[in-house]
Design a protein around this ligand. Structure first.
Ligand SMILES: NC(=O)C1=CN([C@@H]2O[C@H](COP(=O)(O)OP(=O)(O)OC[C@H]3O[C@@H](n4cnc5c(N)ncnc54)[C@H](OP(=O)(O)O)[C@@H]3O)[C@@H](O)[C@H]2O)C=CC1
Ligand SMILES: CC(=O)N[C@@H](CCC(=O)OP(=O)(O)O)C(=O)O
Length: 345
């Protein structure tokens, strides 16, 4: 069967490396272009020894002609890069999957407010499809440009969607108390990511407003059919991968079978696992796997729902989800290359 030619822009970051790991065992993807301006000429497996024997790609400087010869290009780049390069690729028939936030917020003014950048591709922004397959599968199948969600927004939206879609909870006063491993901050050297700054410690950040708040609000409002109000507080925990979201919502009326609601909503979803009643998901149960494990609980007051939702930020929260969208865009089985279980223990 013919292979699908892939380009990855930004192969030296954590999400780029994770794309290399996942695509190395994808039966239809053939990596043709892998870019890094700083590491051009170096083999990817020299930078990431975990890839030795699985990837012989060499980094190169981004070349528009070589990228245009690909069938699909993934942007694993900081915000502001894809919006400059994606429109020309789409014009030339390349399907684009952007892991950055450039095309996630539908309102360009909102994007500018949170990312301090003027949006340079409003037409592409208008056509971009939000890449959360469990909510937007059919649109992703038809898309030329997919905006892959952020890691926190994936855990929060999958956790609260069943309640909001069914109109069962107050849409004001939602709470998302989230914890992330440090790979969420990217591979770039930053003091806040240093071992001594992170280890044996635990802290909240971004309380006055984190850039994922408008993305979460946009997605959940779509589920509810009205604008929701949510308090989102991210925390940094001393682990490399994983997001744990503890989500709180207040029921509008009694609900007899909370787990049944979730099981029914996610029936047939390969990458959402609704746990047995009373279970507490662990981040290590999703390490390396493209899965979100969810456990909804009813609080002792009988009115507060507490949903626990865990993902690997680099897999279901980024690169795995991007490959899931890629499979949909190319009419492939959605699970292709993504069926490996999590690392255990
Ligand atoms: N880490 C995570 O958990 C998640 C990250 N994301 C998003 O994914 C994107 C990538 O993040 P991460 O993997 O952490 O990456 P990093 O920010 O660590 O790495 C960025 C990569 O992009 C390349 N790059 C930077 N600027 C440009 C440019 N102007 N043109 C072309 N290439 C460029 C760099 O290579 P070079 O400079 O050598 O060209 C490098 O390979 C970000 O937008 C991030 O927000 C999304 C979800 C989760
Ligand atoms: C722990 C940590 O620093 N996490 C990052 C979010 C993860 C991410 O990369 O999301 P985007 O794709 O939207 O940038 C942060 O809080 O900024």
């Amino acid at each position: 069967m013919e292979s699908i030619k892939i380009g990855i822009i930004g192969g030296t970051g954590y999400t780029g490396a994770e794309l290399l790991r996942l695509l190395a065992r994808h039966p239809r993807a053939e990596l043709r272009v892998l870019t890094s301006r700083q590491e051009a000429g170096k083999r990817a497996d020299a930078l990431f020894p975990a890839l030795r024997g699985h990837c012989d790609a060499v980094f190169e400087v981004p070349d528009p002609e070589r990228l245009a010869a690909c069938d699909a290009v993934f942007f694993a780049t900081p915000h502001g890069t894809a919006m400059q390069m994606a429109p020309a690729l789409i014009e030339r028939g390349v399907k684009v999957l952007d892991l950055s936030a450039d095309f996630r917020l539908k309102d360009a003014a909102e994007f500018q407010r949170w990312y301090k950048l003027e949006h340079s591709a409003p037409a592409a922004l208008a056509e971009a499809v939000y890449g959360l397959p469990e909510l937007h599968r059919e649109a992703i199948r038809r898309a030329r440009l997919v905006a892959c969600p952020g890691c926190y927004p994936t855990a929060v939206q999958l956790g609260l969607a069943p309640l909001l879609e069914a109109g069962l909870v107050d849409t004001r006063g939602l709470v998302a108390d989230c914890k992330s491993g440090t790979s969420g901050g990217g591979r770039e050297a930053k003091i806040g990511s240093l071992y001594c700054e992170v280890t044996e410690s635990f802290k909240a950040y971004g309380v006055p407003g984190h850039r994922h708040l408008p993305e979460i609000t946009q997605g959940l409002s779509g589920c509810a059919g009205e604008t929701v109000g949510i308090t989102f507080v991210p925390h940094l925990v001393p682990m490399s991968r994983g997001i744990h979201a503890t989500l709180y919502a207040r029921l509008r009326k009694p609900l007899a079978d909370l787990r049944g609601l979730y099981a029914q909503r996610y029936a047939g979803e390969a990458f959402v696992d609704v746990l047995p009643v009373g279970d507490h998901p662990e981040t290590r149960s999703v390490r390396g796997a493209n899965v979100c494990r969810i456990s909804p609980h009813l609080g002792p007051d009988g009115e507060t729902v507490v949903v626990l939702s865990v993902i690997d930020n680099l897999v279901k929260g980024a690169s795995g989800q991007a490959v899931q969208c890629f499979n949909l865009m190319f009419g492939l089985p959605e699970t292709l290359g993504l069926d490996a279980p999590a690392l255990a223990p």
